[in-house]
Design a binder for this molecule. Sequence first.
Ligand code: MG
Length: 188
Amino acid sequence: MISLYDYIKKDWSVAGNVSSKLIIFDLDDTIINTTAEINIVKNNEVIKTISNSEFNTYELKPGESFDFSQFDDPKILFKERFTRYWNTLKREYNRGTHISIITARNDASMIREFFLRNGIDIKQELVFAVSSPDFMYQGTIAQKKAKVIKLLSRLGYNTMIFFDDNEQNLKAAKKLENKNLKIHTIKV
Ligand SMILES: [Mg+2]
């Protein structure tokens, strides 16, 4: 069986160009000011709702679980407003810089569609939704994002810029740096 790595390495270009430089963006509270909220559920009832930024530090109490259904609703996503980093993304896109989205959401095709509707065509293979149930890696969000970044480095990207609002995600990525791989992390 052919590995995912071999599969994508076969034809690794974006709009016909190869590159050793890649810019990676998180989505929620990095490119968009996320209004989708997370429900806290206990005994099958929503007991409270928290914002995406509150989620970064929320600790579940006994019997509680998260419900992310608002993040799966395209009607909410397609109406979200952009942060100022949207301009960074657009500028780099127009220069032909390779761009990747690595998000804790679970539907990569919905995210690609969101960017397409806004005039940005990101290669589907460079959109990673790490909470997808069939995602190739296990672990925390930060660990999964770091594993994706490691895969991307094996594809030939040796200079990366990574924008994320979550400190853990940035720290995990920064640890991958070595003499052949530079990762410039930017806290949004
Ligand atoms: Mg985020």
